[in-house]
Design a protein. Structure first.
Length: 304
């Protein structure tokens, strides 16, 4: 069994010395006050060993990391029919970019840009009996943790200022790619983004992607082929217009959120979650990316 603690300690002390910590997302007012000195890493191996440093047990807004979990839930309900309404190509553009959506007739490039995630939210609103409750139950289920909650103030803060998301939803609606009422779909979307989790909880939730579709309790949520596809999407689209850079520097599939979290994993091996709220220009955690680059360089563990 490999002991990852020394390497995490080493990365922690390197990162703590770094002066440029990036900029906290302020376009969601409720996130603007988060202290950017927070920093945590949690690693869970496929056998269940855990290693951690820093603020790995502190709750933060998972934001776009939730998009992987909504895609998982939608895949388990309607399978590959999803891809009649959303593409599987990297967009090469920021997560909230709109012009491509108009040029491409309301079919978002992939499920991880905001427009794509809004279509997935629409699918869940159509298919789940009590969408917000059922989705939260699903997250609690895959994480084996009933304490996970939505943060209503963050959801409200985004509802009040989410002009681009309203624009995306309106464009989708105009192309017939949104079946439900715009306000209902966006209410679901803002809530999924507002979920708060710790690094520790995210490493548990993402266990199923490293474990061929089976969660910690050995329940099958996705087939092996579905997992392979979602993992491929994380590698190619999980970091928006920085997906190439993340693959180049880190070499793991994963997903980021503007709350400063990143979850990455090596299939059949480990899941690693970092949290540092300061973002780079592409909206990904600046120090989280640096920490993961150091991790895969020092351990020589990446998919390549
Ligand atoms: N809730 C954020 C938004 O819609 C999610 C963006 C992100 O985490 N990249 O803008």
């Amino acid at each position: 069994m490999r002991n990852f603690q020394p390497v995490l300690n080493e990365i922690y002390s390197n990162i703590k010395k770094t002066k440029d910590k990036g900029i906290v997302a302020s376009y969601i007012p409720e996130l603007a006050s988060i202290d950017k000195n927070n920093f945590g890493i949690h690693l869970r191996t496929i056998e269940g060993h855990e290693y951690a440093v820093g603020n790995y047990n502190k709750l933060f807004s998972i934001q776009s990391i939730s998009k992987v979990l909504t895609l998982t839930k939608a895949t388990s309900i309607i399978g590959s029919d999803i891809f009649k309404r959303v593409g599987v190509e990297p967009s090469g553009h920021p997560f909230n970019q709109l012009s491509l959506l108009e040029i491409e007739n309301g079919i978002p490039r992939n499920p991880f840009i905001n427009a794509g995630a809004i279509v997935i939210a629409d699918i869940l609103v159509s298919r789940l009996e009590n969408p917000k409750e059922d989705f939260l139950d699903f997250i609690r289920n895959v994480t084996s943790d009933n304490t996970i909650h939505y943060n209503e103030s963050v959801a409200l803060s985004e509802k009040k200022t989410g002009y681009k998301n309203f624009a995306a939803a309106n464009l989708l609606k105009s192309f017939g790619n949104l079946k439900n009422d715009i306000d209902v779909v966006l209410d679901f979307y803002f809530h999924q983004c507002s979920i708060e989790m710790t690094c520790n909880q995210l490493s548990k939730a993402f266990y199923l992607f490293a474990n061929k579709g089976k969660c910690l309790r050995n329940i099958v949520h996705l087939t092996e082929s579905q997992v392979k596809r979602i993992n491929a999407l994380m590698l190619t689209c999980g970091f928006y217009d920085e997906a190439g850079d993340f693959a180049f520097e880190v070499g793991l599939p994963g997903k980021s959120g503007v709350g400063g979290g990143i979850v990455a994993f090596l299939p059949n091996n480990f899941i690693i979650t970092t949290w540092s709220p300061g973002l780079n220009k592409k909206g990904n955690s600046k120090l989280g990316m640096q920490a993961l680059e150091q991790f895969t360089t020092k351990t020589q563990m990446s998919i390549f």
